[in-house]
Write a protein of this length. Structure first.
Length: 362
């Protein structure tokens, strides 16, 4: 009731031609979080808080155990706190509390050490701001530390080299990223990463299956959540000749644009597995195909390397493709269009076939 009277008083003062004091604006419109969304990739987690106005916040990293504390100062939480009840490869658990001084606190318990940051994302078109909190594991870029980790065991499928000359179909597994409860990145216009990844993956599969001697397998063909290990298992179980995981990128700088191709990082591993050398070949053929397509552009013109979980099928050449940036409004609109999806699918199919020819599979 008091807040309603404050709003009415503010309106009356404004109509009367008087200046509106900042203290009255603050009383009438207390900072509030109205919604929470999250997106996750193997090595990055992003939580997005929708706000009614900019808020003050602090982010503190703590050790033993690894956790990060987010304090939202003098802020109400009208969104359902249960929306933070998720876990992923980086964030193990989230706890929330409302402190006596009006601060809302979120504690993110981490599975391992991760870099974290928080920033306000303003809407240039006058919309409401958002608070973005990101967690990035050491594997997110090439400058990561050289810590070791356990390698997934190679399955019993025959090595690709042993199948050379076999007349069986060349098997290409296509992995549409995210799905189900995990939407991935979400553009300002509402386009979800999980949807465009699936749409393009289906187009790639149709093109591959229309080519004699090739067979395409999708890790998921509808909107469902699929764990990272299960995606790898699909490739192994079908004895794939190559594996492509499709994603759409996002960044807090809206001008970022273009496609990128990632292969498994060899950092910290003196003896690179042969399949990873073939992964680099696959990545380069895909980059060339994308660069040769007039309607497409590259963000990174060379292969990037990271320790993404879906790339750890050591015996299978594997790449992760970031097709475009959903945080770029122009590219978000392009990803909506069937014609642009078809161009992406054509480039990815061409790159995969060129790799097959170069390595003697075809």
């Amino acid at each position: 009731m008091l807040e309603r009277r404050s709003v009415l008083k503010a309106m009356a003062l404004t109509v009367g031609g008087l200046l509106l004091p900042a203290s009255l604006v603050h009383a009438a419109m207390k900072p509030r979080i109205t919604d929470v969304r999250f997106s996750t990739t193997p090595n990055r987690t992003r939580i997005i808080f929708a706000l009614n106005q900019e808020i003050r916040h602090t982010l503190t990293a703590l050790k033993n155990p690894e956790r990060v504390v987010l304090d939202l100062l003098d802020t109400e939480f009208s969104a359902d706190l249960n929306l933070l009840g998720f876990s992923d490869p980086i964030v193990r658990k989230v706890r929330t509390d409302e402190l006596k001084n009006g601060t809302t606190r979120a504690i993110f318990e981490l599975n391992d050490d991760a870099r974290s940051r928080a920033f306000i994302l303003k809407d240039k078109e006058g919309g409401r701001p958002r608070l973005v909190v990101e967690f990035m594991s050491d594997e997110e870029n090439d400058d990561a530390s050289n810590k070791t980790e356990e390698i997934e065991p190679i399955n019993k499928a025959k090595p690709i080299s042993a199948r050379k000359g076999n007349k069986r179909e060349i098997v290409i597994v296509i992995d549409p990223g995210h799905g189900g409860i995990d939407p991935g990145a979400i553009g300002a216009g509402g386009v979800k990463e999980k949807d465009v990844a699936l749409a393009v993956a289906k187009r790639v599969a149709r093109e591959i299956n229309a080519t004699p001697g090739y067979k395409a397998i999708l890790t998921r063909n509808d909107d469902r959540f699929l764990g990272l290990s299960k995606r790898c298992a699909v490739a192994r179980n079908h004895q794939a000749d190559l594996f492509m995981s499709l994603h759409a990128d996002a960044f807090h700088i809206p001008s970022a644009r273009g496609a990128s191709v990632y292969c498994l990082s060899e950092r910290g591993r003196p003896n690179a597995v042969p399949a990873n050398r073939r992964s680099l070949m696959l990545g380069n053929t895909l980059l060339s195909a994308i660069a040769s397509t007039p309607s497409l552009s590259l963000h990174f013109k060379s292969i990037k390397q990271a320790r993404f979980a879906v790339l750890k099928t050591q015996e299978i050449p594997s790449v992760l493709v970031e097709m475009a940036f959903l945080s770029n409004r122009q590219e978000e609109n392009l990803l909506r269009k069937g014609s642009h999806q078809a161009s992406l699918a054509k480039a990815l199919t061409t790159g995969a076939k060129n790799f097959a020819a170069q390595t003697g599979l075809a």
